[in-house]
Ligand binder design. Structure first.
Ligand code: IYR
Length: 253
């Protein structure tokens, strides 16, 4: 694990956790009173500042759009690293951190990813998805053709770990892996928006196994989605989508 020493507290890895299967209190359904806890101090702001910050964050995120048109302008790796580190600080079921982010910048690998996805997506769009679904996507101007997977300087492949593997090869239970990875990706998307980069949340049906093989990822991992990351093209366009009304989205009880 790469850690900028001093900037964040790196928890022990699951492999280091010798006492994960601690049965010293087998009959107890209470938590361990003796478990080590360390102090936590949240950053607290004056209410005026809380309002200003919440408005600023909302305005920033309200501008986020899924973009399908990228430039090939390079992006310093540090920026992508920082965005990923934020995503890696997400909450997860029993702190399993069940995600693997594979960051692809090698042009040959990006080309192979594109080939794999286009081959499957062609079948998806032409046969598997069905007319009603494909028709609904027409306004998005999405199709089986994915040139942006090569144009964008980075393609982040997000994998979910179904279970953990200890150093002795035994399996470790993971919990809520779907929602854990989804939350982490949400933070990643916010991090990209925060630095002015765009992405296309790409969910290629049936392409997972071939991508997993290409990237030589182990059997406990499943491809969840791909995120080409780059600057939006100067002439990028998006459909004029409308967000649901507040009443449709939020209930106050
Ligand atoms: N997964 C395909 C098709 C697609 C499906 C939905 I639902 C979208 O909102 C957009 C695209 C793809 O990635 O092109």
């Amino acid at each position: 694990r790469r850690a900028k020493s001093g900037t964040f507290y790196v928890e022990r890895t699951t492999d280091d956790a010798q006492d994960d299967d601690d049965n010293s209190h087998p009959s107890s359904h209470e938590y361990d009173d003796d478990a080590e806890h360390i102090p936590y101090r949240a950053d607290v702001y004056p209410q005026e500042e809380m309002i200003a910050r919440s408005e600023a964050f909302h305005m920033m995120m309200q501008k986020r759009r899924t973009v399908r048109f990228f430039t090939d302008r390079p992006i310093p790796r540090t920026i992508i690293e920082n965005v990923l580190y934020a995503a890696g600080a997400s909450p997860s079921g029993a702190n399993s951190q069940p995600w693997t982010y594979v960051v692809v910048s090698n042009p040959a690998t990006k080309a192979e990813i594109r080939d794999i996805i286009e081959a499957e997506e062609r079948i998806n769009y032409e046969r598997r998805m069905g007319d009603a679904w494909v028709k609904e996507l027409r306004i998005l101007k999405t199709s089986w053709r994915k040139p942006h997977l090569e144009t964008a300087p980075y393609v982040i492949v997000v994998l979910r770990q179904l279970y953990g593997v200890r150093s002795d090869g035994s399996r470790k239970n993971y919990y809520y892996t779907d929602i854990s990875v989804a939350i982490s990706v949400g933070i990643l998307l916010a991090g990209l928006q925060n630095v002015g980069l765009v992405t296309t949340t790409t969910t290629p049906l049936n392409a997972g196994p071939a991508l997993r093989k290409l990237l030589q990822r182990p059997a406990n991992e499943r491809v969840m989605l791909l995120l080409p990351v780059g600057y939006a093209a100067e002439d990028a366009t998006v459909p004029p989508l409308r967000r649901k009304s507040l009443d449709e989205q939020f209930l106050w009880v």
